[in-house]
Structure formats: structure tokens, C-alpha cells
Design a protein around this ligand. Structure first.
Ligand code: PHE
Length: 473
């Protein structure tokens, strides 16, 4: 199998669009659906939208470009990509590689919940699902059902990844991503056309500065952007490593960030007005309680349309979760194959075993190990905290410091007179050259300043803020 040899014959995208779609598929996930709308409603509507936009297209895009260029330059996933510049950098890659192994199992658990809700709406369960959370908690804490849905979700993800980069991931994205966009848009338009919805839409769009906590606004926007763009966990390094040098990196990264923002924006234009219609105000919760408790209550107020809306909405979220889980799984497989020189098949089996075993352990947090608390958190929340709030900022910081300050690469060049000379490039120049192979890099100076100075500071602020949130009382 051609795609099987991890290093000898590396998997490859069939073109730029496949790469963009895959990056967007990884970026668009649960975060867009259940956190972005809530944050926008909480932090002054348009004020949050504007802040997020600015951060995504400066800070976010810089890191995205850095990671994809690193992958494409080295043609390796995270560990190898860092080791390429010297053994002493390999551990950054190892740390980055831990993240997808931590996230994939619990992401699949949540994917299972989404699947379950999709099936329940298909069976016409709109009114049964809107009972203030009893239904959801009964399912969550039940002894078997949540495991079954988790396994179904995992099986689907692994089947797609097993089909390979072109035949599996690309094809799945090509079907799911456009459908996702159409469903989100359709639902948002439907909701906004209901009498009274415009008030909610205005609340969402119009910048409101009154009472907005500026620190909270910026920190939340930064954290959300970071997670949403799937940065600092090796995914974009791996995906960049499958990209041909002739395809524009900067253009592709812009498209990925743009796609992610558009979906987040539409999710907000759907959820905030819907909450206004049903409850007369913005949503007051995010995460699972918004998705599995509040939204079913909102849907049921839409009368006869409730089941159809539930089906479409949970199918949309299912696609978002599936495509993200696929990117996480592909990264796990790619890391194993590159690290141990395994065939793809072997990497797949090992990744599957790890994900299933860890997934079962995490899910035990809701029944068998229900009383276990790690730093006051349930197991799933703890995994989420370690990966997103601690490891991701640390990896991003180390990446920026390594590339910005320490990495050097010796390359041989031909001078104007035709002689060969050996020059030493700095990390930022290595990346900039990689970007320039396929397109001019006009923002190179600003980008280098971002990577060397601005991003490290911002990332440290996020990290400290996350830690204070949990340990600071
Ligand atoms: N970016 C995804 C989201 O917004 C989450 C994700 C994280 C996906 C890590 C893949 C990897 O939900």
C-alpha cells in the first residue's frame, strides 16, 4: 500500500484544496458550536466578534503558518519535524504529540453523545430530550449506553482514517464540510426568519461595550482561537507535511482560518437568536450543558419543527466532531508511524488500542469511577484541562521560542557567480523560505516579530490565566 510507508512514501494531499479542507475540518469542531456563540453573547456581541477576528488574523494565522511550514519543510510529523533541527529539540515534538493522544479519547466520547442525540431526534424524541437535563444525565451516568456510542463514533473515525489520506480523509471532508456549511447556514436563516429573532441577532452583531470585562474578553477570545485553530498539538505540522511545495502556504492558512471563523460566526447567528426566541435572552451556558440540555429545550419551543431542527443540528455537530476527530486520529497514527518507523496499518492498530483503552477509562469517570476527582475535576474535564489549558500553551510557547531564537539550519546555496556556499539560516528564515517557495511572503517581518516577541508573551498570559482559573481559587 503506497500510503503505508510512513517515511519512504509519505501520504500526500491531492492538492491545495484538499489541504485547506482538511485544515478547516480539523479547526471546525465542537468549540465553534458550543463555545464561540456563548462567548460572543457574554462579551458584548460585536465587540467579541471584532476582537476574535483581529486575534485570529494576526496571532492565530502566524502560528498556523509556522506549524504548516514546519511540517512541509521537514516532511515529518511533530517529533521528527523538531528533531530535524537537532536532537535537543525533539522533546518539543514529543510534548506536542502527547496532546492528540490525550484529546482523541475524550473527543470521541463527546462525539458519542452527539451521535446519540442525533439518533434520538431521528426517532422523534424532541420532547423527551427537553426535560431539564434528566435525560442527558441518565444517559451519561448510565452503565453501558455511553460506551456503546463512544465505540460507534470511534469505529467510524478509524474506518475513515484506515482508508488513507486521499481515499478516506479527503473524501470524507469533501462530503461533510460543504454539507456542514449548508446545514449551519440553513438553520441560522430559519431561526433568524422567526418573528422576534432579530432582537437576538442585533444583540449578537452590534458591538456593546457596556459592562464588558476587557481582560476577560481578550483572554477568552485568545483561548478560543487557539483551540479552534487546532494549534500546538502537531496536527497542522502533520497536515503541512502532506502538502506539496508548489501549493501556497500563506493563502491556504488564510483560507483555513477564514473557514473556521465563518462557521463560528454562523453558529453564533443560529444559537444566540434561538436562545432569545425561546428564553428572551442570550445563552447563559456553554459546552455540554448548552448543547445537550439548553438547546433541546430551545428546540422544543419551535413546535412541529423541533424534531427536524434537532436532526439537522445534531447532524451538523456530528460532522464537525467527526472531522475534528479524524484529524486528531490521523495525527496519532502519523506520529506513531514516524516515531517507530511502523507501517500505517500497525500505527492504526496501536492508535486504536490506545484510544479505546483511554476512552473507556475516561468514560468510567461517569459511572465506575464516578467519585474520582483529579484536582477537583471529573476525569474528562481533567484531560481537557491538561491538554488545552496547560500543554497547548506550553507547546506553543516552546515552538515560538525554538523557531524564533534557537533553531539554525545549514543550507548550501549557489551564489550569483555560480559558486556553492554554505550559509546558516535562523529558524524564522527557514520558515520564511519555506513559505516563499510557493508564494511571496509580504508580511514576513511582522510575522517574525509576532513569533519572536508577541506570541510568546500572549501564550504565557493564556497559560497563567488558565492555571489561576483552576488553582488560584
Ligand atoms: N478545533 C476543534 C474545535 O474547535 C477542536 C480540536 C482540537 C480539534 C484539537 C482537533 C484537535 O472543536
Amino acid at each position: 500500500m503506497a500510503e503505508g510507508q510512513a517515511t519512504a512514501k509519505r501520504s500526500a494531499w491531492s492538492g491545495k484544496w484538499a489541504f485547506i479542507l482538511a485544515g478547516a475540518a480539523s479547526a471546525v469542531g465542537l468549540g465553534n458550536m458550543w463555545r464561540f456563540p456563548y462567548l460572543a453573547a457574554k462579551f458584548g456581541g460585536g465587540t467579541f466578534l471584532f476582537t476574535y477576528f483581529v486575534l485570529a488574523f494576526t496571532f492565530g494565522i502566524s502560528l498556523l503558518l509556522l506549524e504548516t511550514a514546519l511540517g512541509r519543510h521537514t516532511k515529518l510529523s511533530a517529533i521528527g519535524a523538531f528533531r530535524h533541527f537537532g536532537k535537543r529539540f525533539a522533546w518539543i515534538g514529543i510534548l506536542a504529540s502527547l496532546v492528540p493522544f490525550i484529546i482523541t479519547p475524550y473527543y470521541c466520547i463527546i462525539g458519542g453523545w452527539v451521535f446519540k442525540y442525533f439518533a434520538a431526534y431521528m426517532a422523534g424524541g424532541a420532547s423527551a430530550l427537553s426535560d431539564g437535563g434528566t435525560y442527558f444525565l441518565g444517559f451519561l451516568y448510565g452503565p453501558t449506553e455511553s460506551y456503546a456510542w463512544m465505540l460507534v463514533f470511534m469505529a467510524l473515525v478509524f474506518i475513515i482514517v484506515a482508508l488513507g489520506v486521499k481515499r478516506g480523509i479527503e473524501k470524507a471532508n469533501r462530503v461533510m464540510m460543504p454539507l456542514l456549511l449548508v446545514m449551519a447556514l440553513g438553520l441560522a436563516i430559519y431561526v433568524c426568519c422567526q418573528p422576534g429573532a432579530l432582537e437576538g441577532l442585533a444583540y449578537y452583531l452590534i458591538p456593546n461595550f457596556a459592562g464588558v470585562d476587557v481582560g476577560g474578553l481578550i483572554l477568552n477570545a485568545m483561548g478560543q482561537m487557539f483551540y479552534s485553530l487546532s494549534l500546538a498539538m502537531g496536527i497542522m505540522i502533520t497536515y503541512g507535511s502532506y502538502l506539496d511545495s508548489k501549493e501556497s502556504l500563506s493563502g491556504s492558512c488564510l483560507a483555513i482560518a477564514g473557514f473556521d471563523l465563518v462557521v463560528s460566526f454562523i453558529a453564533g447567528a443560529l444559537i444566540v437568536p434561538a436562545a432569545y426566541l425561546a428564553m428572551g435572552g442570550a445563552p447563559t451556558s456553554a459546552g455540554p450543558s448548552l448543547m445537550f440540555i439548553t438547546l433541546p429545550e430551545i428546540f422544543v419551543t419551535m413546535g412541529g419543527a423541533a424534531n427536524v431542527i434537532g436532526v439537522v443540528f445534531f447532524l451538523l455537530v456530528l460532522f464537525a466532531a467527526l472531522t475534528s476527530a479524524i484529524s486528531l486520529t490521523e495525527t496519532c497514527v502519523s506520529i506513531l508511524c514516524d516515531a517507530f518507523k511502523w507501517t500505517r496499518k500497525r500505527g492504526m492498530i496501536a492508535a486504536f488500542v490506545v484510544v479505546v483503552v483511554v476512552g473507556i477509562f475516561v468514560n468510567l469517570g461517569y459511572n465506575g469511577l464516578g467519585s474520582l476527582r483529579l484536582f477537583g475535576m471529573e476525569i474528562l474535564d481533567f484531560f481537557d484541562f491538561v491538554s488545552n489549558s496547560v500543554l497547548m500553551p506550553i507547546v506553543a510557547l516552546l515552538t515560538c521560542i525554538a523557531v524564533g531564537w534557537f533553531i539554525r539550519e545549514r543550507v548550501t546555496r549557489r551564489t550569483a557567480s555560480g559558486e556553492e556556499e554554505s550559509v546558516e539560516l535562523r529558524g524564522t528564515d527557514v520558515i520564511a523560505e519555506e513559505v516563499r517557495i510557493s508564494a511571496p511572503f509580504r508580511a514576513q517581518k511582522a510575522w517574525a516579530v509576532m513569533v519572536k516577541f508577541v506570541a510568546p508573551v500572549l501564550v504565557v498570559v493564556i497559560l497563567v490565566w488558565n492555571l489561576i482559573g483552576v488553582f488560584g481559587g
